[in-house]
Write a new protein. Structure first.
Length: 330
């Protein structure tokens, strides 16, 4: 564990825009080592909350071109005089938990800018297209003075609404020919989206683009928006033709103005912090429970009984729950 003065100096380096200090801090919060987690808690506690970035989640199915869009949108944001951080989440192997982390190479122009910071991270064992410590990484980027923080999800399916639980604005990308796309993404993600964008709409008169617009407009008609007073927007964008980028940026600015003026940004973030507390508490309690010798032994024996078909998972849960409560009462 670091000394308070060391933590203070580290924080000052992050807040001064030291990219190496920021990268080391994100690596720290992503660590699973118990001593690193204690240091990370110290570091996060000392973060300044004076700088408020707009947190943007960009999600969509594989192949929709999230990285390409982020590069062009990011370059436009920088041209407006802003600093941008991109947290790019890559899917991890279900066997090894390893990741390629190649998104930075797909944003080759943006990554060369001094006003942009791109950080790839693996999902690890976290579902929902995000990393377990994405929320902490966002706050670190804010402390480093970035005006906009984009979280690019891994693009793995319907559970990607989880990014909406840690950002202010969610942009959901679709491909032309959205009929099949809608079938794959379903309502779960769409109802969390504040902006829908049909990407790779290179030809606005293409029948697939027109069909996608019609399908999405119909779907939007039946979906409520999560932000009061905000009417979900639908745009067409092409990174190849560099069209629709300015319109998307203007839409982002309108949304940002709406949530700030109506107090929704602060309210939403406070609610997100409560949800984060509950999620972390559940995980920490579970971690503490399974480290108890008797309970760990009971769980091991129970799993053997499930494997040998002597117990169903449902029966095992009831028995284990009763055993844990009885053990804790001793």
């Amino acid at each position: 564990m670091l000394l308070p003065l060391q933590i203070e100096n580290w924080l000052k380096s992050i807040q001064s825009g030291d990219r190496l200090a920021l990268s080391k801090a994100i690596t720290l919060v992503e660590s699973h080592k118990s001593e690193d987690r204690l240091t990370a808690t110290q570091l996060m506690k000392g973060l300044s909350t004076s700088h408020h970035s707009l947190r943007i989640g960009i999600t969509g199915p594989p192949g929709v071109g999230k990285s390409s869009l982020i590069e062009h949108l990011g370059l436009h944001i920088i041209e407006q005089g802003h600093k941008l951080a991109v947290l790019s989440i890559d899917p991890s192997s279900g066997l090894t938990l390893g990741s390629i982390l190649g998104d930075k190479t797909r944003m080759s122009v943006l990554s060369q800018s001094d006003q942009a910071y791109i950080r790839p991270s693996p999902t690890g064992d976290q579902l929902g297209g995000i990393s377990k410590n994405t929320r902490e990484a966002i706050r670190l980027c804010e402390a480093a003075g970035y005006d906009y923080v984009i979280v690019e999800t891994a693009g793995i399916g319907q559970t990607e609404y989880l990014v909406s639980t840690m950002v202010d604005l969610t942009i959901l990308l679709h491909l032309p020919g959205a009929g099949d796309d809608l079938q794959g993404i379903k309502r779960g993600v769409m109802e969390w989206a504040d902006i829908l964008a049909i990407h790779k709409a290179d030809d606005p008169k293409d029948p697939k683009v027109l069909q996608a617009i019609g399908d999405l407009k119909l779907a939007m008609h039946f979906l409520e928006t999560k932000t009061s007073g905000w009417e979900r927007k639908l745009l067409t964008v092409s990174s190849l033709k560099k069209t629709g980028i300015k319109e998307l940026w203007q839409c982002i600015l309108v949304y940002q103005k709406h949530i700030i003026e109506n107090g929704y940004m602060l309210k939403g973030r406070n609610e997100q912090m409560i949800k984060a507390f509950r999620q972390i508490l559940q995980q920490q309690i579970w971690n503490a429970i399974i480290q108890t010798k008797d309970i760990a032994k009971h769980i091991g024996e129970t799993e053997k009984n499930i494997y040998s078909l002597n117990l169903t998972p449902e029966e095992a849960v009831i028995l284990t729950q009763d055993y844990i409560f009885a053990t804790l009462k001793k």
